[in-house]
Design a protein around this ligand. Structure first.
Ligand SMILES: [Zn+2]
Length: 234
């Protein structure tokens, strides 16, 4: 597809471009233009999409709460924003959106009782390639706004991908089980706590299910989930 290449090229010439719509930003606008800030498809707490998202995890992860900021659709401005964070190294954009999202969640009382924010870890190799973990940068924005500490020391990604081949689907649990692992100090830190796990995009929920697998071994741990975007299966 040519468009992302053109956008990347334009961003070299016009660095102050809105990553969602590619219009130039005015001096008072930071990261996103005002028009996109107001019109990107935010999901309110009671929208049926949020309910659909919650249903995705029914019977898979016992959750206190789950939320997402934007609806993700193919070739949309939200996709352009996520592309910009991941592939144009716009880590500060993720922090910015995390702060905006936190302001909305705070109004809904979403953070009440949460002890730690835990971003979905990237594999070490991928982290070196990209230079940052986009979920960690989102978590940083949430933490900036709320003052809730980020915990990067309890969970590690020991394998790179959750992509399931046909063969692996038959051995789904073995496949899922070995992607994320707890560190030796995790249980002491997290027992009896309420954590908020942060991901960038939720699609099938398979990644978060893999995250839950080791966390499920911690006694009396309560889990909530928030993500920047929800890609509805069509
Ligand atoms: Zn815009």
């Amino acid at each position: 597809m040519l468009q992302p290449l053109i956008n990347d090229f334009l961003s070299l010439i016009y660095p102050n471009q809105c990553p969602a719509c590619q219009n130039l930003l005015f001096g008072h606008e930071s990261w996103l233009c005002n028009a996109c800030m107001l019109s990107l498809p935010q999901l309110s707490a009671y929208s049926h999409r949020q309910q659909q998202l919650a249903n995705t995890f029914n019977g898979r992860i016992p959750l206190e709460a789950v939320s997402t900021y934007y609806l993700f659709e193919k070739n949309s401005r939200v996709q352009a924003v996520l592309h910009s964070i991941k592939y144009r190294q716009h880590a500060p954009l993720a922090v910015f959106l995390g702060e905006r999202y936190a302001a909305q969640l705070e109004q809904e009382g979403f953070f009440e009782g949460i002890d730690f924010i835990i971003p979905v870890p990237l594999h070490q190799k991928r982290l070196k390639q990209r230079g940052f973990n986009q979920s960690e940068r989102l978590a940083k924005g949430l933490s900036n706004y709320t003052g809730i500490a980020i915990d990067n020391n309890s969970l590690v990604r020991s394998r790179e991908s959750t992509t399931q081949t046909r063969k692996q689907q038959f051995a789904r649990w073995e496949n899922v089980a070995s992607i994320f692992e707890l560190t030796p100090t995790a249980q002491a830190r997290l027992e009896g706590k309420h954590i908020l796990v942060i991901d960038d995009v939720i699609t099938t929920g398979a990644t978060l299910e893999a995250v839950y697998e080791p966390l499920s071994k911690i006694p009396n741990l309560r889990i909530s989930i928030a993500a920047l975007a929800y890609a509805v299966k069509t």
